[in-house]
Write a protein that binds this ligand. Structure first.
Ligand SMILES: [Zn+2]
Length: 226
């Protein structure tokens, strides 16, 4: 009788450990969908940045319908601005109807600033940055499991990123790297991910240990958590 009781307790402890102890996260996976569209997950929280956008808008990258179908339920959607190569109202409405989730951008920026998760150390810093044909554009610095991930979006200037201390992964278009170079400055990032290539843009990468060019849709990288 006593033995069974202990056995039950043992099973309970094992269940408890596998749920809370061994569920320790060792990486953040980032999938490049297209343009500035990224899917990031630590296996628990699902975050989409500048996705869903309008496939093929302004001759930028297209994506398959299955990309929309594969969106995870109850995800967080974060947008830098509302240009169609970054955002699609139609696809977003469809997604929220089917999969729930929450969207953030210029319409609720203070809510986004307050979006935190203490268990995964998730927080987001918001920077109002300039983009010529957009009334409001934001760049973001996500801190997650102690890692700093910068999302530049479409802003023209490297000024904001140059003011930030060491970033683990900086996602920037190629013109931000050129702007920093022209200013005689260096982006302080362990890894720079060049995304949002122009249609037919080719980037020659001379330092693949420091720079990753996102020219293949669907490619995934891992940010390891020590
Ligand atoms: Zn754009």
């Amino acid at each position: 009788m006593k033995f069974n009781y202990l056995k039950a307790l043992f099973i309970l402890i094992v269940v408890f450990i596998s749920k809370f102890g061994l569920a320790q996260v060792n990486e953040i996976k980032v999938k490049f969908i297209g343009n500035c569209g990224l899917y990031m997950t630590d296996g628990d929280l699902n975050i989409y940045v500048d996705f869903p956008y309008k496939s093929g808008a302004f001759n930028y990258m297209e994506y398959d319908e299955s990309e929309l179908d594969s969106i995870k339920e109850n995800s967080i959607f974060i947008f830098t601005h509302k240009h169609p190569d970054h955002y699609s109202g139609k696809n977003m409405r469809k997604t929220l109807r089917k999969k729930n989730g929450k969207k953030y951008g210029k319409w609720n920026i203070s809510k986004l600033e307050n979006l935190t998760d203490s268990t995964t150390g998730f927080s987001i810093q918001v920077f109002e940055t300039k983009h010529r044909f957009s009334f409001r554009h934001y760049s973001y610095l996500i801190t997650w499991h102690g890692k700093k991930i910068f999302l530049s979006g479409d802003t023209e200037s490297a000024d904001t990123i140059l003011k930030i201390g060491t970033i683990d992964w900086a996602f920037v278009p190629s013109w931000i790297v050129h702007d920093a170079n022209e200013k005689g400055m260096k982006i302080d990032a362990k890894m720079i991910g060049i995304y949002h290539l122009y249609p037919n843009e080719k980037v020659v990468n001379n330092s693949p240990d420091k720079i990753k060019v996102f020219d293949k849709q669907g490619e995934t990288i891992s940010i390891y958590i020590e």
